[in-house]
Design a protein around this ligand. Structure first.
Ligand SMILES: [Zn+2]
Length: 231
């Protein structure tokens, strides 16, 4: 059989198979991104918060070259998700502060975190009465090292952009604020080595910034409204 006919015979099969697979993945993502947004973006299920002014990221303390590369990479990951809000790394005059200081005073002074046994990070937001973010401080525990340190940093960075809550559901799509269903151990290894902000967090940030949804919207109201308006 001439080669040209072989190609012709195989091509329809390959293209049908590909389109089915892509549409399944897209269906899962479309369903999961709205559910994930609802779980992570509403504070106490009653309101939203986001930056309405340029975001200026500033690092403090004993950060390494790798830490700075991770910060720059996170900024690039979300740059196109933030709609009209610009984001940049600055040396002073910042409003989103990442603290890599060696002292534990921030952790020990906080009643909430005093008895925590394991090293961790946390994010402290300052909001105005309209729930717009005016300042955010991310604290990274000095005992955190390597991959774990940067995973904590990416997690807190998502909080600092307005994804204030956590997700309790398990998702097939990779994310930083909830649980993930891994199809096999190599998918888990891929996740561990991924230095980027995952797709589900990026989609939630996009929905928060690009939909222009009012910050006074409650989760209940969001459910009532036609969700398709925000997709
Ligand atoms: Zn958290």
């Amino acid at each position: 059989m001439p080669i040209i006919q072989l190609v012709f015979l195989f091509f329809p099969f390959v293209s049908v198979f590909l389109s089915v697979r892509i549409s399944n993945d897209m269906d899962i993502l479309n369903h999961e991104k709205t559910a994930y947004f609802e779980e992570t973006a509403f504070y106490n299920q009653s309101w939203l918060s986001r930056w309405e002014a340029p975001i200026k990221v500033q690092c403090f303390g004993n950060y390494t070259v790798e830490d700075k590369i991770q910060v720059m990479s996170m900024i690039e990951d979300v740059r196109n998700d933030l709609g009209t809000i610009p984001i940049q790394l600055v040396n002073d005059g910042g409003n989103l502060f990442i603290h890599f200081e060696d002292d534990l005073s921030h952790f020990n002074n906080s009643e909430e975190f005093k008895n925590q046994q394991i090293p961790f990070g946390y994010m402290k937001p300052q909001l105005n009465r309209n729930h717009e973010l005016l300042q955010a401080d991310i604290y990274i525990h000095p005992a955190l090292k390597g991959i774990k340190k940067h995973e904590v940093l990416r997690h807190e960075f998502c909080h600092s952009l307005g994804l204030m809550s956590h997700s309790s559901r398990a998702y097939y799509t990779e994310n930083l604020l909830g649980k993930i269903i891994f199809s096999n151990s190599s998918a888990y290894d891929d996740y561990k080595s991924n230095q980027h902000i995952p797709i589900l967090d990026q989609e939630a940030i996009k929905m928060l910034y690009q939909s222009q949804i009012s910050l006074k919207t409650s989760k209940k109201e969001f459910d009532r409204m036609n969700r398709n308006n925000f997709l």
